[in-house]
Ligand binder design. Structure first.
Ligand code: MOS
Length: 756
């Protein structure tokens, strides 16, 4: 596959990529499976001490006593950091100068605002001593009753939801349309608090050298982390070197540096030695973010022909008592279905919890499971097949903005996914299918969507006189394969083979690659890389075409093509010259250029930009025990240009597994008396294991969207969850005839009355 790449820079040239589109395996795969990949907690600088957090067992109140003396008694304990002796900070941890800045708990006082809030740090020569010391702190509290759940306090309309989205949006007159609709749905859905639970806990190894700081820690956003640390410690960002070569998952919880990571740096400053701090798994249920619970009411109106006339989507959620993050669940209804009247609104309450945060399609995932369930109920009310209903009502242009988007690709997802799944054989009524063992079989579907976002990034490209090249950008690979895909873009951007390119990423001294979030990393960092490559090739071309000793002399008007380490005249490919010769004749050992990327506001003002998909799921339900097994999931996704189909398939599988997990597994259970999470561990906080993950297929639907960016890249990281969660829920209804509106769906929801 040699996709054509359209360039806008002058002098015009086209590179025929042989790397983009190839299903290459992970560059760091061997390192990872052989244990050679060094994660943050694997680092042990000389003289390093171990820090262990002590966290609050109450959710609200204040710490009245810590037995610091006892905590210092185990041999090897070096110091105990509390509000009384923590190093000073240049910035108040409760300051918030922009919406992306979240308030942190850095031992600034004795207040407790949520369970598992850090209240002290014990630092010792060994992990064992630090752990024992932390256990001996025996904190005493003045506790107040915890406010828990969606009805804990007076609700209010949040100032904004997600990242600066309006809390209320309206198009058309929803109430009037509902009043005259011949078919109506009015249903309320509940989604639980969920925790990211990355395999690798938040960990940090911090070492100070004067006012210079060296840090090993996993992050999805090196530059943001560097900036936050710089602000808190009052040092310039250049003094801070962060290495984040590998992440054992992020899911949004490593997007912004967390309080415990900063506490590791403070501990190192306090004792004047390198310090390692690793969260215990239960300590990840509090200070590092989570997905807030929601209660969503969908009111849908349709006419007798099954055409939507109104969608009203209202979502209630929670934030912490001290900071703002509001899950934008109702915004899911902005994008997918054409209705002349659409209204979305949010309300929230404040509870004694750690501040919620971005987690695996924040808003899209929670909103989608409710919307897709309600759309399924609307189809049922209209007596229509759910696919036929969606084909009648999917949006041809984005409903809220009125801007065109790639609806043709969505139609193709519906068609190809349904065909592959065998949807046409689906009986309309529920409880019609059984397998040989007598299990009830159900088929459900959901529409998937995720915005095609881009942030700002920069990359640095180098070609060298020995024929090799280098590409640098501070990109993050949290397991998704970003570095492999980005290296492919780098090789094509430089007109070199992959083996000739040294690809450098994952440290804070490299150009800022933007945050690895919002499914935007490949587009963001990839376009910076592409542009950096184009810039360095343009310089090479200028050198050659202006030099009469070059075979390319005078080609500047017709342009050149870069491929395999050579520039070719575009109008006559028999005339070419190698980078080695061009640089050598000029007496240069290397040539460098930088490239930047950002979303194009002009294109954004005209087009809505989303990836789309359709997911079809089969479940089997034990009619006596209510046990649910997902047995088959087929997803079809259109997400622009596919850089690496192997990585993309794996990403889509990951998203689809999150969807299964959302529908059937994940649920943080709160103790209403204490405000603590009862299942703060991976044994009782359920996630799908291999036995829960069915046969999966991810079809990649060809899509060329020239408007999102020059390479046509959209994101694939999160879209999989959006269609799948609803598809599984709808399949459970189709199997059983029972519509469960509180997630995750549990077997007790399905235990059938004897009359069945
Ligand atoms: Mo994500 S929740 O975009 O890291």
């Amino acid at each position: 596959m040699t996709p054509e790449i359209t360039l806008t820079q002058a002098p015009a040239h086209v590179r025929h990529g042989s790397n983009i589109g190839q299903p290459l395996t992970r560059r760091e795969g061997v390192l990872k499976v052989t244990g050679g990949a060094r994660y943050a907690a694997d680092n042990h600088p000389a003289g390093m001490l171990y820090a262990v957090l002590a966290v609050s067992s109450i959710a609200r109140g204040r710490v009245t006593f810590l037995d610091v003396q006892a905590a210092k008694s185990p041999p090897g304990v070096v110091d105990v950091m509390t509000p009384a002796n923590r190093p000073p900070l240049a910035e108040d941890p409760d300051a918030k100068t922009n919406p992306f800045m979240f308030r942190l708990d850095l031992l600034q006082n004795d207040q407790v605002r949520y369970a598992n809030q850090p209240i002290a740090v014990v630092i010792a020569e060994t992990l064992e001593a630090a752990t024992e010391g932390a256990a001996l702190l025996s904190p005493q509290y003045e506790a107040q009753p915890a406010r828990v759940g969606l009805d804990a306090s007076e609700s209010f309309v949040p100032p904004a939801v997600g990242v600066g989205n309006p809390a209320k949006v309206q198009r058309g007159d929803v109430e009037a349309a509902l009043a005259t609709a011949s078919r109506r749905i009015d249903a309320t859905y509940e989604t639980p608090a969920q925790y990211h639970n990355a395999m690798e806990p938040h960990a940090i190894v911090a070492a100070w050298d004067g006012d210079a700081l060296s840090v090993d820690t996993p992050t999805q956003g090196l530059a943001l982390a560097q900036g936050r640390i710089a602000g808190l410690f009052g040092i310039s960002p250049e003094k801070i070197h962060i290495r984040s070569p590998f992440l054992g998952g992020g899911f949004g919880s490593k997007g912004l540096i967390s309080g415990p990571q900063i506490l590791g740096i403070m501990a190192a400053r306090l004792v004047g030695r390198p310090v390692k701090l690793v969260l215990r798994r239960e300590q990840m249920y509090g200070p590092v973010g989570h997905r807030a619970p929601t209660r969503q009411t969908l009111r849908i109106g349709a006419d007798g022909d099954g055409r939507l006339s109104a969608i009203d989507h209202h979502a209630k959620t929670v934030s912490s008592t001290f900071d703002d993050f509001f899950e934008p669940a109702a915004d899911a209804s902005h994008t997918l279905y054409a209705s002349p009247a659409i209204a979305t609104s949010h309300e929230a309450v404040r509870v004694d919890t750690g501040t919620p945060l971005f987690m695996r399609a924040p808003g899209e995932a929670t909103g989608s499971i409710a919307l897709e369930s309600a759309i399924d109920e609307a189809a049922q009310a209209c007596g229509m097949d759910p696919l036929a209903f969606r084909l009648k009502n999917y949006a041809e242009v984005e409903p809220i903005s009125g801007k065109p988007f790639s609806s043709k690709a969505l139609r193709e997802c519906y068609a190809q996914g349904a065909k592959r799944f065998g949807w046409a054989r689906r009986p309309l009524a529920p409880r019609q299918m059984r397998d040989d063992a007598g299990f009830l079989v159900g088929w459900g579907m959901g529409t998937a969507t995720f915005p095609a976002l881009m942030f700002q990034a920069e990359a640095r490209a180098v070609v060298r006189s020995d024929g090799s090249g280098q590409m640098e950008t501070g990109a993050h690979d949290m397991g998704q394969g970003a570095w492999t895909a980005l290296a492919q873009i780098a090789a094509d951007g430089l007109g070199l083979e992959l083996e000739q390119v040294e690809f450098r990423a994952g440290t804070s001294d490299l150009p800022d690659a933007g945050i690895a979030g919002g499914s935007a990393h490949t587009a963001t960092a990839g376009m910076a890389i592409h542009n950096a490559g184009a810039a360095v090739i343009a310089q090479l071309a200028e050198l050659a075409t202006g030099d009469e000793r070059s075979a390319l002399f005078g080609a500047s008007n017709t342009g050149v093509v870069a491929r395999g380490g050579r520039l070719f005249r575009r109008d006559d490919e028999s005339r070419s010259e190698s980078y080695v010769d061009i640089l050598g004749r000029a007496g240069l050992t290397e040539m460098e250029a930088r490239g930047k990327s950002a979303a194009d506001p002009a294109a954004q003002s005209i087009y809505a930009m989303h990836a789309h998909g359709a997911v079809f799921a089969e479940v089997k339900v034990d009619p006596d025990l209510g046990q649910i097994r997902v047995t088959r999931v087929v997803g079809a996704f259109a997400a622009g240009r596919i850089i690496n189909p192997r990585m993309v398939r794996s990403q889509l599988f990951g998203g689809m597994i999150w969807g299964v997990s959302f529908a059937l597994h994940e649920h943080a259970v709160m103790d209403r008396r204490s405000g603590r999470t009862l299942n703060a561990n991976l044994a009782e906080y359920h996630i799908p294991v291999n036995a829960d993950v069915p046969s999966m297929e991810a079809l990649m639907i060809d899509e060329h969207d020239p408007h999102v960016n020059a390479l046509g890249i959209k994101g694939v990281g999160e879209i999989g969850i959006t269609g799948t969660a609803g598809a599984v829920a709808n399949a459970v209804w189709h199997a059983t005839g029972i519509r469960v509106r509180r997630f995750p769906i549990r077997l007790e929801d399905l235990v059938m009355p004897a009359s069945h």
